[in-house]
Design a protein around this ligand. Structure first.
Ligand code: SAH
Length: 348
């Protein structure tokens, strides 16, 4: 059965009309879902009994349930959810100085096959619906409601490639962004892609003001080919050309993510090459400490080694930061909690 979370504000008004109701009903339902955050259609008390019965016949509200929750000493909280078909997905809530952020999963498994990533250990089983992504947000927000707190930021950086599930991700973001709903500001929303070039053009054309992050991880094609199979389809020249177009269309700073992998992409000459690649772009680099994945055989670098790379980049005039580690005591690498459950045979 479809979830009411699948419909963004405009679609909810359309839905109301399809049922022969005034579009204002759509507005009311949206308010119940996102302002009051009810989980039961019967709580929508300004709808007639008949309207509620009709809705109950055709829709559910939340399409997920909690299976497991892990809380780290730094406040990072990991949620493992089961969807209606038994598939498992993870969301992570992270605590920053500027607020609380949720990392949302966009697919069950992932087909991108990055050499270092736990998510790709299982092939994509299916795309998430936009309602399943909204539901991750609402679940975590409802936990925070209990202590009068709120999620202020969203990163679409969980398992999956958001630009391989473009329509649903954009629909999800339109619901959480809408000022009649959750009102998460566009500039507080970040989509991370491994570089699905055609969708970067589509995204550039939409002028949404969401932040775009690119998982780069290597400064040349030979190395990127080894780490990220997507590079065979869309090599760096094409990726950078698409990003140039994005830059022309959107006056926004790009984030480049770069995991430092020991002895693989972490030398001073890699830093120089990276600086050269990014010259002329309105960009900054986020250096990511690697969360070791047992099955993958890569190692991260020490903080000191990361600082050497950081200094080399800064010397070349590239703005960069070293990402703070979050929840390193709780399987925080993308997809690790799910993989553990899969091994125990817990996904239906
Ligand atoms: N598919 C998208 C979004 C999900 S991955 C993308 O590739 O951007 C989110 C980020 O986490 C990516 O930069 C990804 O490369 C990185 N990542 C994956 N596995 C990781 C690990 N074990 N440790 C640290 N970062 C990892």
């Amino acid at each position: 059965m479809r979830s009411l979370y699948d419909f963004n504000y405009e679609q909810m008004q359309e839905l109301a009309k399809e049922y022969g109701w005034k579009s204002f009903r759509g507005h009311q339902i949206f308010q119940w879902l996102y302002r009051n955050r009810v989980l039961d259609i019967d709580e929508m008390t300004n709808l007639s009994l008949e309207t509620r019965e009709t809705l109950k016949k055709d829709f559910i509200i939340s399409p997920l349930r909690l299976v497991k929750k892990q809380v780290s000493h730094d406040g990072t909280t990991k949620f493992l959810f089961a969807l209606s078909d038994g598939a498992l997905v993870e969301s992570v809530m992270m605590v920053f100085d500027y607020g609380k952020s949720i990392c949302v999963t966009s697919q069950v498994g992932c087909n991108m096959g990055c050499a270092f990533c736990a998510s790709g250990l299982t092939k994509k089983r299916r795309d998430l619906t936009s309602g399943e992504m909204v539901a991750q947000f609402i679940y975590v927000q409802k936990e925070l409601d209990k202590v009068s707190d709120r999620l202020s930021h969203i990163v679409v950086m969980g398992t999956g490639e958001p630009f391989d599930n473009y329509e649903n991700v954009m629909n999800f973001l339109s619901t959480v962004n809408h000022d009649r709903g959750l009102g998460i500001g566009s500039r507080h929303i970040t989509i991370s892609t491994c570089g699905v070039v055609p969708r970067i053009y589509d995204f550039a054309d939409e002028h949404t003001q969401y932040n775009l992050a690119i998982s780069l991880h290597a400064p040349n094609n030979a190395l990127r080919d080894q780490l990220m199979p997507i590079n065979h389809a869309y090599p760096l020249e094409e990726l950078m050309k698409a990003l140039e177009y994005y830059g022309k269309e959107n006056n926004r700073r790009l984030t480049f993510e770069y995991i430092l992998l020991k002895g693989v992409n972490d030398s001073k000459s890699h830093a120089k090459e990276l600086a050269k690649l990014l010259r002329g772009y309105n960009a900054y680099v986020n250096l990511i400490p690697y969360n070791a994945v047992d099955e993958k055989g890569f190692q991260g670098v020490s903080h000191e080694e990361a600082m050497v790379f950081y200094d080399a980049l800064m010397k070349e005039g590239v703005r960069c930061t070293i990402r703070k580690e979050h929840g390193n005591d709780i399987d925080a690498a993308c997809g690790q909690l799910r993989i553990k459950e899969l091994k125990r045979g817990h996904e239906e």
